[in-house]
Design a protein around this ligand. Structure first.
Ligand SMILES: [Zn+2]
Length: 291
């Protein structure tokens, strides 16, 4: 019999969600949910070697290359939203291809991308005014380790900015684990709530924790809840067997789908819900105390 794990975010008790077990890499992964903070997560916890195997075998870096223009446009939108939080020195933690730091450098910030798994040279510790981690935490297998890593880069008084899929939003509630940003069991290991992230960051000594909710081009309620079927079909055109071997075809589909999705994002924002917690992205900022 499997013993229920404690919640890695708030250390609360958990239950297993019936019907949410999935098979991947020749074993079964369960989905546990915290009774206290609502955070859900893959259990058992995959180790580092398993995750490296996941990214080697199942993750499409090609998709990111083909959607470069859209990702860069998203990074520009984020930079505008984040200006009041950003200091001069900005570390883009786990930033993959590096869209955000590229856009930030062009706007005059001293910014670099650092990924603990892929960057050969470590960024300087305790020297960054702001650490941003955009859609990084949900991929991590050890929340305490990643919090310690991010914290070690900040100067005293520095700010941490996290963005993750919002487990309390309409997407998860109405589309479930088929929602575009759910990606269980091994791409996204965590499905976060604001209560869970608050508990996690408080435990790691952060203060002044602020929560906000957002819509994005690659996940919003217009595209991924109201018209989810339509956008899922248009998204699947990019990965069509045989055709996906033709780079020009892929790039054309990526361009068309990106335009459609930015249009969908505007539609979604034009009709805001009564409660912004319905939105797709959960964002949290927190300060590292000076003492
Ligand atoms: Zn919890």
């Amino acid at each position: 019999m499997t013993t229920n794990p404690l919640c890695p975010a708030c250390h609360g008790k958990t239950t297993f969600l019936a019907g949410e077990s999935r098979e991947a890499l020749d074993r079964v992964w369960n989905l546990a949910r915290c009774v206290a903070c609502g955070t859900s997560f893959t259990f058992p916890k995959p180790d580092d070697a398993t995750l490296q195997e996941v990214y080697r075998s199942c993750f499409s870096y090609e998709w990111y290359r083909d959607h470069y223009a859209a990702k860069k446009r998203d990074a520009c939108q984020r930079l505008e939203e984040y200006r009041s939080v950003l200091g001069k020195h900005v570390l883009d933690f786990g930033g993959g291809v590096g869209y955000f730091s590229e856009v930030a450098r062009a706007a005059g910030y001293d910014s670099t991308t650092y990924d603990p798994f892929t960057t050969a040279v470590a960024a300087a510790p305790a020297s960054w005014d702001t650490v941003v981690a955009l859609h990084v935490l949900e991929h991590a297998n050890d929340l305490d380790r990643i919090c310690r890593q991010m914290k070690a880069f900040l100067v005293p008084g520095g700010r941490l900015l996290l963005a993750v899929p919002n487990f309390s939003g309409r997407g998860y509630r109405e589309v479930g684990m088929q929602w575009v940003w759910a990606q269980p069991p091994l791409i996204h290991l965590f499905h976060f709530t604001a209560v869970g992230l608050r508990a996690l960051l408080t435990r790691h000594g952060f203060v002044d924790i602020q929560v906000s909710y957002h819509e994005r081009w690659d996940a919003n309620n217009h595209c991924d809840v109201t018209h989810a079927r339509l956008y899922r079909i248009s998204g699947a055109l990019w990965g069509m067997p045989l055709l996906r071997r033709i780079p020009a075809y892929r790039r054309l589909i990526a361009m068309g789908n990106s335009r459609l999705r930015f249009h969908g994002l505007r539609r979604s924002l034009a009709r805001p819900p009564a409660n912004r917690a319905e939105y797709s992205e959960l964002q949290v900022t927190a300060t590292l105390p000076r003492t």
